[in-house]
Design a protein around this ligand. Structure first.
Ligand SMILES: [Zn+2]
Length: 112
């Protein structure tokens, strides 16, 4: 059963050995290994910039929109599931709204 997808490569939990969950995001064992290689091979003086700040052609930028949107959708679905869990445990819309930095009414309208 597909529970979640890696937020980096979009592989579902059924196609990876391990899928580690974070706050609304997931990373698979294969992507962790890629990250370790990138960290180990990174020159010390490379400045950190946002991925969209790199000099990229439009075609590549457009190709990036699909996985970013898919990751965003998964985060929104994950948030809704957590809100549902809070409700099942007796959490009020006021408590949920406060946790999300919104009003009780806004929380109810978004998740009820
Ligand atoms: Zn992955």
């Amino acid at each position: 059963m597909v529970i979640a997808r890696c937020s980096f490569c979009a592989k579902p939990n059924t196609e990876v050995d391990t899928l580690i969950g974070g706050p609304g995001v997931f990373i698979c064992d294969g992507c962790v290994q890629l990250c370790v290689s990138a960290i180990e091979g990174k020159p010390a003086d490379v400045p950190m910039i946002a991925p969209w700040e790199h000099d990229l052609p439009l075609e590549q930028v457009l190709q990036n929109l699909t996985p970013v949107s898919a990751a965003s959708t998964q985060v929104q679905e994950n948030l809704a599931a957590w809100v549902g869990k809070a409700r099942s445990l007796g959490g009020t819309w006021s408590q949920i709204g406060e946790a999300l930095g919104m009003t009780r009414q806004s929380a109810w309208e978004r998740f009820a």
